[in-house]
Design a protein around this ligand. Structure first.
Ligand SMILES: [Zn+2]
Ligand SMILES: [Zn+2]
Ligand SMILES: [Zn+2]
Ligand SMILES: [Zn+2]
Length: 466
């Protein structure tokens, strides 16, 4: 790979961050790197410490040297398992795991041991780990002194253990290649700052390397960013989540704008029956006291709005999963109360889209097909505006848009119209394929990328023959 198109900069507010040094095209891979640390999340059910698979009582064996569970001899001997194996064996007693299928507290040590062991095996990686900004982390459940004593880690200071724990908690990414997913720490990618409307997206290779991809064209001098939270949450939920997990209050331009680039992701409808305005506070960055209607200038107390949103949120969290009818009813009920792209409605539209698109498009009723197309088109507009970095979702939405249009045209029985739709959908599908180009084959998006390739060939044949 050519030299990086960015440099690492440092300042008091952001700490280390990445700034572009030359123009970057949308879709370009900016960075590809292997993890410094890769291991199970701190809270997990027993998994094999080599391949990461969930173990059940009938399919495991204790490692002969350390007692940690593995699948078999091969997994016992794999290099992946060596750090915790050597450090556990060195303390003189084996780990005993008896219960499977429920979270096991011993597993919270594994990724920490893997990180600590770098001090002895890779001084360069160890230095990188220690160079991460350390945060004061609430570690009352896992004091560094306890880890140090339990594993007899005389070569590591309590400060080093605390630092490593902080790095895992704050700089850890989720690697979704295995089930359950794993915790990984990368070096340079850790300097990607957060933005709720990020210009980069991250994905992974099948080997667990991180790929950072430009989600739009980026100019020299621009900061590179990814989104650390769910970009489809409302501003208050995003900021709260970032504060809890990453210890800062986001003040990005998206958070500054209550209407979130005109998507009205947080807006609710004016309750006055004669008014079709939308309510928003002046800003979400300060404490909110009133919401103001953009048509009638009516003022509504934040307390009342909070009660309303709390009630809807509660209903949403108790909704049974995977039930299309329940989703339709929720949308019907709350489209009267919330702005069309309110984050609660978006959430349900995404869920309903997944349910409908998981069936054969030929089997969908005309009504559901129309609904799927409409939801896909709405979601596309919102995603492109507030979260253009969500390339996986955009690829999926474009694919569904094309498939719905083709199926609708097929039902019309008008050959020339059908051909026009096919040609048009081919362009949409090619766009979807491009958005998914960097997805690993072990994930559904990577498999969809392959499938779209096959479907595009079929479309080509159809267009030639008709
Ligand atoms: Zn295994
Ligand atoms: Zn072992
Ligand atoms: Zn923000
Ligand atoms: Zn009003």
């Amino acid at each position: 790979m050519a030299a990086h198109p960015f440099k690492i900069c440092d300042d008091n507010i952001l700490g280390r961050h990445l700034v572009t040094t030359r123009p970057i095209e949308s879709g370009a891979v900016i960075l590809q790197e292997a993890p410094l640390v890769r291991g199970p999340f701190l809270h997990t059910v027993p998994v094999c410490l080599s391949c990461g698979k969930i173990l059940d009582a009938s399919c495991w064996r204790p490692c002969s040297k350390c007692g940690w569970p593995v699948c078999d001899k091969n997994c016992e001997q794999s290099p992946t398992h060596q750090s915790e194996c050597i450090l556990t064996a060195a303390k003189g007693s084996q780990i005993t795991i008896k219960n499977f299928g429920i979270p096991n507290p011993n597993y919270q040590f594994v990724s920490i041991l893997r990180a600590l062991y770098l001090k002895q095996t890779s001084p360069e990686k160890w230095k990188k780990l220690l160079s991460f900004q350390s945060h004061s982390i609430e570690v009352s459940t896992l004091p560094p002194s306890f880890i140090r004593n339990f594993f007899k880690l005389e070569d590591w200071s309590e400060e080093e253990i605390a630092q490593v724990l902080g790095v895992l908690l704050v700089n850890g990414h989720e690697l979704p290649l295995t089930q359950p997913s794993q915790l990984v720490v990368y070096d340079e990618a850790s300097f990607l700052e957060h933005n709720c409307r990020a210009n980069c997206t991250k994905t992974f290779t099948d080997e667990g390397e991180l790929l950072v991809v430009a989600s739009r064209s980026i100019e020299p001098g621009d900061h590179l960013s990814i989104c650390y939270t769910d970009p489809f949450w409302g501003v208050q939920n995003r900021r709260q989540h970032l504060h809890q997990t990453k210890h800062f209050w986001c003040v990005c331009s998206r958070c500054e704008d209550p209407a979130e680039l005109d998507t009205h992701l947080n807006s609710i409808k004016c309750p006055k029956s004669t008014c079709d305005g939308l309510l928003l506070p002046k800003s979400f960055l300060q404490e909110v006291s009133v919401w103001i209607c953009d048509k009638c200038d009516g003022l509504f107390s934040n307390d009342n709005v909070s009660v309303l949103l709390g009630k809807i949120g509660g209903e949403l969290s108790e909704m049974p999963k995977g039930d299309a009818q329940v989703c339709r009813e929720f949308l019907q009920k709350y489209e009267k109360v919330l702005a069309p792209n309110h984050f609660y409605l978006l959430d349900v539209k995404m869920a309903l889209s997944h349910i409908l698109a998981s069936q054969n498009f030929e089997d969908l009723s005309d009504g559901d097909l129309g609904l799927l197309l409409k939801m896909s088109e709405d979601l596309k507009i919102v995603a492109e505006r507030v979260a253009p970095a969500e390339r996986r979702l955009l690829g999926l939405i474009l694919y569904r848009t094309a498939k719905s249009k083709i199926e609708m045209a097929r039902r019309q029985d008008n050959l020339s119209e059908f051909r026009a739709v096919l040609a048009n959908s081919k362009a949409t599908m090619s766009e979807a394929r491009l958005l998914l180009a960097n997805e690993p084959s072990s994930l559904p998006e990577g498999r969809l990328h392959r499938q779209i390739g096959l479907e595009l060939r079929l479309l080509d044949d159809l267009l030639k023959n008709k």
